[in-house]
Design a protein around this ligand. Structure first.
Ligand code: SME
Length: 167
C-alpha cells in the first residue's frame, strides 16, 4: 500500500482508531518481516494517537548462559527506553506473566512499575500470543494520568489480533 496515513480529523479517540485499524491491517498485509511491520505499526499509532511512548517488547532468550527468557525492546516511537525486562517485572512483565491486558491509570500506584521516563504517568500494555504463549507485548505510555480506557483496550486489541497473524 502507499506509505501515507490517513488520520481522522477529529479529537474523538474511537473515530481515530476506527480509521487507523484497517490501515494498519493493509500496511502489514503481504509483508512477513517482523521488524518492518512492528516499526510501521509503532509509527502509525504514534502519528495517529500522539502517544508519549509506544513500542514493543519481544519475548527472547536471555543473553546470559543460564538465562531463560526476558522481554527485549523492539521497534518503538518516543524517548529511549529500558532494553530488557524480566518475567513478571514492571507492567510489561506483569502482562507477560498474567497473559492479560494491563490498564494502569497511575503508574506510581503500580507495585514494581519500571520508570523508563519520569514523565510517564499512565500506561496500557497488551499481549500478542503465538501457540498460546505471549510472544510480544505492546506498551503505550502517557504523560497524563488516567489517559487510557476501554476504548483504547478495544481498538488496541484489534491491533494485537492483526499482529498475531504475522508472528
Ligand atoms: N513502564 C514499563 C517499562 C517500559 S517503558 O515504560 C517504555 C513497565 O513498567 O513495564
Amino acid at each position: 500500500m502507499a506509505e501515507n496515513l490517513i488520520i481522522a480529523e477529529t479529537t474523538n479517540k474511537a473515530d481515530r482508531y476506527k480509521t487507523l485499524v484497517p490501515q494498519i491491517d493493509a500496511l502489514v498485509s503481504g509483508e512477513p518481516d517482523l521488524v518492518a511491520n512492528l516499526s510501521n505499526i509503532a509509527a502509525a499509532l504514534r502519528q495517529t494517537m500522539n502517544y508519549f511512548w509506544v513500542g514493543f517488547y519481544l519475548v527472547k532468550d536471555k543473553a546470559m548462559p543460564a538465562g531463560r527468557q526476558e522481554l527485549v525492546l523492539g521497534p518503538f516511537q518516543g524517548p529511549i527506553a529500558c532494553t530488557r525486562i524480566a518475567f513478571g517485572k514492571g507492567v510489561c512483565g506483569a502482562c507477560w506473566k498474567e497473559k492479560k491486558v494491563m490498564l494502569v491509570p497511575n503508574v506510581y500506584e503500580f507495585p514494581g512499575h519500571i520508570a523508563c521516563s519520569s514523565d510517564s504517568k499512565s500506561e496500557i500494555v497488551l499481549p500478542a500470543f503465538k501457540n498460546g504463549e505471549v510472544a510480544l507485548v505492546l506498551d503505550v505510555d502517557s504523560d497524563r494520568l488516567n489517559d487510557f480506557d476501554e476504548t483504547d483496550q478495544h481498538y488496541l486489541t484489534q491491533v494485537m489480533n492483526i499482529i498475531e497473524k504475522f508472528i
